[in-house]
Design a protein around this ligand. Structure first.
Ligand code: GLC
Length: 552
């Protein structure tokens, strides 16, 4: 079925790092308003705005103190209303993060909940007695250490799947669910078009809270087995759909770790599912799946391609995928999957072709469209992310070498995506007049929007062309998907067919030329897009991507 959000391209904004308008070194809502023309120029249709709610900012705003207020750093509620209005004037839709799994420990709900075992809000969070002197269970937090924190007031422990400053809400309690729904309606009434649903597959916990077996002699067991995609989760989600999403015709983009491809239709089937699209992880986690935190393997192209195909195939015919390579939790794609040195421009363009022309809705993360790279952080003092810092200090306290911990962060750290947007080669990359809250990547001198605007061959211009190509061709939106060249370790490809139109996408993921002279996929096709100056028939140049069109 045709839907606006299927035909759209989304742009993700991490407000703290996008554009500062008042010189305090922190991006803000006014800054975003001032840059909307740029987003229109790029050609996107909608914005996903990462959290701007009032928050102590322990986890980049994913620790909400007040769902009904704006964090002062970012501006005022009036600024937010102005942003929503300005988006409408620019023809842009806007979605916000829904963080329903947890709040900040400074949220008034939690402050009340802590006060006593008889507090009227006690049952809004998950409190348990200790197991003797130990935590109630041996569950590990996703940000390291125990998932339980003992509270000084009553001596009981509360559950936090993320940091200890992010206590988990008890969604078993209908009052909690109602409060979340009211808050969602409140924002939808103010003109947003929907939500990106944070950590939504964690909402349901196995109520037995049993002790678990640990792997590899580790002190804690992973939360995933008892808190991720548990039976009963869909009941909560259907309720949310019926009570809020459906009546408001709200778009929903679900961050959905833990779902198996065969379950996809339970979540995003047009008729029976609960959400419009899901964010999957297999492709970005290709270097870490199955490994304990801190361990990384070299990713390989076959697994990477397979991770896409599995979900593409699972989503046909009714499901829909949020397509992405980058977001605020991932490193820069050109540094991880491309080549951020000699072939930065070619490989960034190739990666754009690869993910944007699949079946689903593309999400571009700020800076991706100019080929921003990972940042050469050198000391732990330069990192800001709680997850990375927890990991580092945990590793140090376990006696692991500092170089190893820093090496892990240099490959995996979430701060790589959070350095300021590079608008120009000038002071602080044109992001702020003041000292930025996190360092600016020194390569802003060469890699920036201003340069990209003036260069007809820039990555930015290529993104614009790709967006136009997708917009003009329904086959690139609604066509089905079939992987080709599955067994290649160098090249990835797929075919999108819709009616009698067929697009073939072929990408060279290496810095070597690859010969394809006899490949049947090249025959009888017209090249509609390529990322190299002179495309040579039958040869893929380093990191070349080609898009071919034919009739069937
Ligand atoms: C999601 C967010 C991430 C955050 C976590 C906890 O995964 O994308 O940034 O740390 O949820 O809210």
């Amino acid at each position: 079925m045709r839907r606006w959000w299927k035909e759209s391209v989304f742009y993700q904004i991490y407000p703290r790092s996008f554009q500062d308008s008042n010189g305090d070194g922190v991006g803000d809502l006014r800054g975003i308003i001032n840059r909307l023309d740029y987003l229109v120029y790029l050609g996107v249709d909608a914005i996903w705005l990462c959290p701007v709610y009032d928050s102590p900012n322990r986890d980049g705003g994913y620790d909400i103190r007040d769902y009904y207020a704006i964090l002062q750093d970012f501006g005022t509620m009036q600024d937010m209303m102005d942003l929503i209005q300005a988006c409408t004037q620019h023809g842009l839709k806007i979605i916000m993060d829904l963080v329903a799994n947890h709040t900040s420990d400074e949220n008034v709900w939690f402050i009340e909940s802590r006060l006593s075992k008889n507090s009227s809000k006690r049952n809004w969070y998950i409190w348990k007695e200790g197991y003797g002197e130990a935590e109630p269970t041996n569950m590990e937090s996703l940000f390291g250490g125990s998932a339980w924190e003992q509270d000084t007031i009553t001596g009981e422990y509360y559950l936090h799947l993320f940091s200890k400053h992010q206590p988990d809400l008890n969604l078993e309690n209908p009052e909690v669910r109602d409060s979340i729904y009211s808050m969602m309606r409140w924002w939808l009434n103010r003109g947003i078009s929907g939500f990106r649903m944070d950590a939504i597959t964690f909402l349901k916990k196995d109520q037995s809270y049993a002790r678990l077996s640990c792997i590899d002699g580790r002190p804690y067991a992973l939360v995933s087995d008892v808190c991720l995609n548990q039976p009963g989760l869909l009941d909560f989600l259907h309720e949310m759909k019926e009570l809020v999403l459906k009546p408001y015709n709200s778009v929903s983009v679900a961050e959905a770790p833990g779902i198996l491809p065969e379950q996809l239709t339970d979540f995003v089937d047009e008729r029976n599912g609960v959400f419009d699209m899901i964010i999957t992880f297999d492709h970005v986690d290709v270097d870490t799946i199955g490994l304990p935190k801190g361990k990384i393997r070299q990713w390989d192209l076959k697994s990477f391609k397979h991770a896409f195909t599995v979900w593409q195939e699972a989503a046909i015919p009714e499901g829909w995928i949020a397509l992405y390579l980058e977001n605020h939790d991932q490193v820069r794609s050109v540094s991880k999957f491309g080549n951020d040195g000699r072939y930065r421009i070619e490989s960034a363009k190739m990666l754009a072709v690869w993910f944007m022309l699949m079946r689903g809705t593309p999400f571009i993360y700020q800076g991706q469209e100019i080929g921003m790279t990972n940042c050469p952080f050198t000391s732990i003092r330069e990192y800001r992310d709680i997850d990375g810092l927890n990991y580092y200090w945990g590793a140090i306290s376990r006696g692991e070498p500092e170089e190893e911990a820093l090496k892990y962060l240099s490959i995996k750290g979430r701060d790589h995506a959070r350095t300021p947007m590079q608008w120009s080669g000038k002071k602080n990359a044109g992001f702020s007049e003041g000292k930025p809250w996190i360092q600016v990547n020194p390569n802003h001198i060469d890699i920036n929007v201003e340069q990209s605007l003036g260069d007809g061959d820039s990555i930015l211009q290529f993104y614009r062309a790709l967006i136009r190509l997708r917009r003009k061709n329904k086959a690139l939106v609604y066509g089905d998907y079939k992987e080709i060249m599955k067994d290649s370790n160098e090249v990835g490809g797929y075919v999108r067919t819709y009616g009698n139109v067929r697009f073939t996408v072929i990408c060279n993921f290496t810095e070597c030329e690859v010969e394809m002279r006899d490949d049947p996929s090249l025959i009888g096709n017209k090249t509609v897009l390529s990322n190299v100056d002179e495309h040579k028939f039958g040869i893929l140049q380093p990191y070349e991507a080609i898009v071919l069109r034919s009739h069937v």
